[in-house]
Design a protein around this ligand. Structure first.
Ligand code: ADP
Length: 450
């Protein structure tokens, strides 16, 4: 029985996990760096342990320090959140070896899906459609040329170990291939210590649509519909919605069942997300994330299911608390990522939050660890919160989003709040008429005017 969970993360997600634990009557321990002494998660958790200095490598990524904290506090499970060690197979193994439950999939699945070449192969074997491209990795320019010719230009060179949009380069023609490949390899080596790359057809106007899945240890698997995360900047999600305005009910049921069947065939355990590009009515798998995602709340809003609670139940050996045919899809939800960044230049803006007002009222949820008087440390990513709204219809949801954004106040630092206010007024966003390039084109178009 899990009675005490150690939260190996920070910021809004640490708080999110704490909240699920409290609602289940489970005690919490949060580990933190010296820079996060004043964080809300530290203030609210039942116990906290400082595990090192500000630099992530010496704190949030330090496996031995986290395990020692679990040992000292007697935690019987570890939730890794997202980022940091959440997709580190070795960490999952170490946690299990210490007799502690890892709230996530098995190390084996984390390892397979973490290697995007292996993941793609596993999906082909499981009958999931993938983006056309090289069969496995490409080591030489000759191999790259052959693969690119087969699927046709433009192509995308991607890092096998990729994440966060890094290690990715487009080659429009054969002439660009050499430079693009070198750049992708270099970036991949620097970011992941692994320069293996592969080639995919570069889709020109797809949407990013991902399917949430969850599986227990009793063989029960369910999908929880899709999220549309096409509004991106530098391959990073900015604004997400569920369900996707591009799909009808038959299409979402079809892809949901394809994914659920594949997950079942893989013997996958826990929560996960299969990411696809969607163009001209076709789905193409790009990767699977073996963890809770930043944008998981929009799925929670339309289904009424608490994903963190289900993750903890699964780690406890319990069955999913619902069957596939009990997964509702009620209304529409949108999430805006609030980053402490300049809304036009996207330069990070850490520092003191002098003023903070959270919007409220019907259908509004704010997942944030920020408060007035909180000093955002400069050492971590710039996400300071997520504004999530739900409405009975997409139209109601958009109107609610506008009024919630208007109510929200974050003073003292620059944030992306003004960008979201602009987006919520844009016709294409209101109509749901956008693809993965729309936001970058919008930013380019509107920066010309200033
Ligand atoms: P990461 O793991 O770095 O997030 P992904 O494979 O998930 O990388 O891709 C991130 C984003 O990059 C996608 O959401 C999409 O916008 C873009 N992208 C990835 N593959 C392709 C492709 N074959 N064609 C066009 N865009 C792509």
């Amino acid at each position: 029985m899990i009675e005490k969970v150690l939260i190996a993360n920070r910021g809004e997600i640490a708080l999110r996990i704490h909240r699920a634990c409290k609602e289940m009557g489970i005690a919490t321990v949060v580990v933190h760096s010296e820079a996060d002494e004043q964080s809300m998660a530290v203030r609210l958790a039942d116990e906290s342990v400082c595990i090192g200095p500000a630099a992530s490598a010496k704190s949030y990524l330090k496996k031995s320090a986290i395990l020692t904290a679990a040992e000292i506090t007697g935690a019987d499970a570890i939730h890794p959140g997202y980022g940091f060690l959440s997709e580190n197979a070795q960490f999952a193994e170490m946690v299990a070896a210490h007799g502690i439950a890892f709230i996530g999939p098995t190390a084996e699945h984390i390892r397979t899906m973490g290697d995007k070449i292996a993941a793609k192969q596993a999906m082909i074997d499981a009958g999931v459609p993938v983006v056309p491209g090289s069969e496995g990795g490409v080591r030489t320019l000759g191999e790259a040329r052959k693969a690119a010719k087969k699927c046709g230009y433009p192509v995308l060179i991607k890092a096998a170990a990729g994440g966060g949009g890094r290690g990715m380069r487009v080659a429009k023609t054969d002439k660009d291939l050499d430079t693009a490949m070198k750049a992708a390899k270099q970036e991949a080596k620097a970011a992941f210590g692994d320069d293996a790359v592969y080639i995919e057809k570069y889709l020109e106007k797809p949407r990013h649509i991902e399917i949430q899945v969850i599986a227990d240890s009793h063989g029960n698997v369910a999908h929880l519909w899709e999220r549309d995360c096409s509004l991106q900047r530098r391959h990073q999600k900015v604004f997400e919605e569920a369900p996707s305005p591009a799909l009808n009910q038959a299409q979402r049921e079809d892809i949901g069942m394809i994914v659920a069947r594949a997950v079942s065939r893989l013997g996958y355990l826990g929560a996960g997300t299969m990411e696809f590009l969607y163009e001209d009515g076709n789905f193409y798998f790009i990767e699977m994330n073996t963890r809770l995602q930043v944008e998981h709340p929009i799925t929670e809003m339309i289904t009424g299911i608490d994903l963190v609670r289900e993750q903890i139940r699964i780690a406890n050996g319990a069955k999913l608390s619902f069957a596939q045919d009990e997964v509702l899809l009620v209304g529409h939800a949108i999430e805006c990522r609030l980053n402490a960044e300049h809304p036009e230049t996207f330069v990070p803006s850490p520092g003191l939050i002098t003023d903070f007002h959270a919007p409220g009222g019907p259908g509004v949820r704010l997942d944030s660890a920020a408060y007035a008087g909180y000093n955002i440390p400069p050492h971590y990513d710039s996400l300071i919160g997520k504004l999530i709204v739900h409405g009975r219809t997409r139209r109601e949801c958009v109107m609610r989003l506008r009024r919630a954004l208007a109510e929200m106040i974050i003073g003292g630092v620059e944030t992306t709040l003004p960008l979201h206010r602009r987006l919520a007024e844009e016709k294409d966003v209101i109509d749901g008429d956008y693809n993965i390039h729309w936001l970058e084109q919008f930013l380019e178009r509107t920066s010309d005017k200033t």
